[in-house]
Design a protein around this ligand. Sequence first.
Ligand SMILES: CC(C)(COP(=O)(O)OP(=O)(O)OC[C@H]1O[C@@H](n2cnc3c(N)ncnc32)[C@H](O)[C@@H]1OP(=O)(O)O)[C@@H](O)C(=O)NCCC(=O)NCCS
Length: 205
Amino acid sequence: MKSIILVGAFIEAVELCEKCGYHIVGITDPYLKGDFMSYPIIGTDDELILKKEQYGQNSLVLVPDSPVVREKLFFKYKESGFKFETIISPLASISKSATIGEGCVIADHCNVSSAVILGRGVRLNVCANIMHECVVDDFVTIAPNAVVLGRCKLASRSYIGANATILPEHSVGELAVVGAASVVTKDVATEMVVAGNPARGLVNE
Ligand SMILES: CC(C)(COP(=O)(O)OP(=O)(O)OC[C@H]1O[C@@H](n2cnc3c(N)ncnc32)[C@H](O)[C@@H]1OP(=O)(O)O)[C@@H](O)C(=O)NCCC(=O)NCCS
């Protein structure tokens, strides 16, 4: 049984890691003390880094939903010599031709289709559906039930809201946000927030 540490206390992440058969050594959290779901709270991120000798042999799982927070934590721990585990639910479907980067989390019932490329620290929430030949860059979050159709490109740290649909061959820029249940029919620029069907800019448009 492989041992991991969760960076962030969140019930769904704990249950996913349990389901995947990992041994959870502990959890970092800036506010909690004692235990979370019977697993020990190690302390803050800075405290875990100070305890590298004791804990550094365990891979880390990045829990936060925010792409920017995950990116920050990834590089903070990486610089201190930690490694990251990729967590894939046994209930997810992953194509044999897909590529999955370090430190991704793929929840139950996700579909990662043929020739999809996932970068580092990507988070696919429950039932996210990533169709053929999509490229999903580092630290992108895709919320539950979102559908990303064939050959889309999602740039680093973009966020795709729950139940959104990105029509084929479209791109979403860095740090852009697609609102829940939106339908993206044209490319989304960097840092733009879009929502609705068809998706229109809420900011910067
Ligand atoms: C798009 C989003 C980021 C906008 O958040 P925000 O900047 O706080 O926007 P507000 O809530 O202030 O809403 C601004 C306007 O956009 C509308 N709006 C917000 N989200 C919308 C959506 N998903 N679809 C259509 N319209 C939306 C609001 O009704 C409001 O319209 P109004 O000005 O006419 O009243 C957010 O609503 C959203 O959809 N986030 C995704 C959440 C999600 O999927 N989380 C998954 C967790 S697992």
